[in-house]
Structure formats: C-alpha cells, structure tokens
Design a protein around this ligand. Structure first.
Ligand SMILES: C[S@@+](CC[C@H](N)C(=O)[O-])C[C@H]1O[C@@H](n2cnc3c(N)ncnc32)[C@H](O)[C@@H]1O
Length: 251
C-alpha cells in the first residue's frame, strides 16, 4: 500500500526546506503565482497546503497582512515554524487538513492560495474544499491555485526534471486515480510528488458547484525561453510541454 500524503511529506520535509528557488516549480510556477497574487498589501490570506512556508513567506515579503498556513504534514509545519523563528514575518501555521475549514469564519478571508494542494485530494475532497474556500472568502475576495497540468502525465517520458506516471491509465479513465511522480531540485536531487488525476471538466465543474460564477483567469505554465536560456540542459526536456495549470477566481 502506498504511503499517505502526510507520511510522504513528513519523511521528505528536509528536502523541501528552502530559502531560495531550488525546485523546478520554484522557477516555472511560484514566481508567476506570486505576481498573480498582487495586489496583496494588507490582505488577510489563507494558504492551504502551505508546506514549509516558501510561498507564504513570498507573499508576506510582498506586503500581505495576516497569513494562516495550513498543512497536513506536521514536519512541514515544523519546518515552517523553525524558519519563522529565524526570520520573524508574523506568519501563523497550523497542522491540519485543508479539507476541514470549519474553524474559519465565513467571509473572513481576502485571498486563499493553494499551490499544488488539489493534486493530493480526491475529486470529492476537491469539490468539498472549493465549496469551503468560497464560504470563507469575503465577497470580492480571490482564490488562486495551481495544479500539475492534467495533460502532463500523458505527454512525456518518466524522466527528470518532472513527471507523473499514469501507469496504464488514460486521460479519462485515470480520473480520481493516484499517479506517482517526481520533481527535481536544481542540485540534482528529486522529491516524490503525486497527483490524484483530475481533468479540466473536474476543475471547472467543482469551481462552478462551489459557487464561483465569474469566468476564471487560467494560465498554462511552462518552461519559458528565459528558463531555457538560463539552463538548457535542465529545462530542455520540458520544452513546449504544459507543466502546471493555474486558476484565479473572484467571489
Ligand atoms: C507540493 S507541496 C507544496 C507546498 C507549498 N504550497 C509550496 O508551494 O511550497 C504540497 C503540500 O500539500 C500538503 N497537503 C497535501 N494534502 C493536504 C491536505 N489534505 N491538507 C493540508 N495539506 C495537504 C502536503 O503536506 C505538502 O506540504
């Protein structure tokens, strides 16, 4: 039986600790998402699946107000708190399941972010969590999240620097199935990741059912020409492939 997500991240928490870009997605996704979150000044932010706080720290440095990060891995939260003790940004972290937001008051959050959380949740958990995100957002508040691009698992070889293995499953038959994968760090080390596969219909359907009625902004993130110039060997295998899918919604 495969390890739970909590076990996976508890065991690998040291490999996720970072104060500068090191993982592939620190180049291909997080800088874009941090810009997308602007303007963040003084916003009350909820970071679901916050990990060791890399993204939350980025938001705080951009001027965000209060930030609460929630992660199911106690070791990731411990890492976040250790970093907070070293560089006091005033971010609060809590070990807990992002599918349970009952402790958070309705319409109390300006911005909810979830950077590579939903790929760990089943479709049912995703629907429930998006519904809860809608509840806790204030009218006009925003919801920004990113997931692995649903096509990626079916486009490439199982090689560095990023892949998911769909085994024998296809784009439709693999819905709600767990694909194991790896993402590489620039120092040559890889970390295990996984994706409970969901297709575009699943994401758009879950958002609509949650109550998000305005057209979302959608971005398909990739290795850009700038990345390829910076390190052609590392980014080269990903040329022209959709890596991540990002959504921005307004309540
Ligand atoms: C790929 S990491 C991303 C961490 C962070 N968002 C970042 O961008 O650096 C995914 C995180 O989601 C967390 N996670 C997975 N399932 C979760 C759940 N049900 N509730 C809370 N956190 C969860 C994992 O423990 C892990 O820290």
């Amino acid at each position: 039986m495969s390890v739970t997500t909590k076990q996976l991240y508890d065991a690998a928490s040291n490999d996720w600790q970072r104060s500068e870009p090191i993982l592939l997605s620190d180049f291909t996704a997080r800088p874009f998402l941090l810009k997308w979150c602007e303007p963040v000044a003084k916003l009350n932010v909820l970071d679901l699946g916050c990990g060791e706080g890399y993204f939350a720290r980025g938001l705080k440095r951009q001027g965000a107000g209060s930030i609460l990060g929630i992660d199911v891995s106690e070791e990731m939260v411990r890492g976040a708190e250790q970093r907070e003790a070293q560089e006091q940004l005033g971010i609060r972290y809590r070990a807990g399941d992002a599918t349970d937001l009952t402790a958070i008051a309705s319409e109390s959050v300006d911005l909810t972010v979830a950077v590579f959380l939903f790929n760990y949740l089943t479709l049912e958990q995703t629907r429930h969590t998006m519904h809860e995100v809608h509840r806790v957002l204030r009218p006009g508040g925003r919801f920004i999240f990113a997931v692995p691009h649903p096509s990626l698992a079916f486009l490439g070889d199982k090689v560095a620097p990023f892949y998911f293995d769909p085994q024998s499953k296809g784009y439709f038959s693999g819905r709600d199935c767990q694909f194991e994968g790896e993402i590489w760090r620039r120092d040559g080390k890889s970390v295990r990741v996984r994706s409970v596969h969901k297709n575009l219909e699943d994401y758009f359907g879950a958002l609509a059912a949650a109550g998000f009625t305005q057209m979302p902004q959608v971005a398909e993130l990739r290795a850009t020409e700038e990345h390829l110039r910076m390190d052609p060997t590392w980014f080269g295998p990903l040329r022209d492939k959709p890596l991540h899918l990002a959504f921005q919604l307004r309540k």
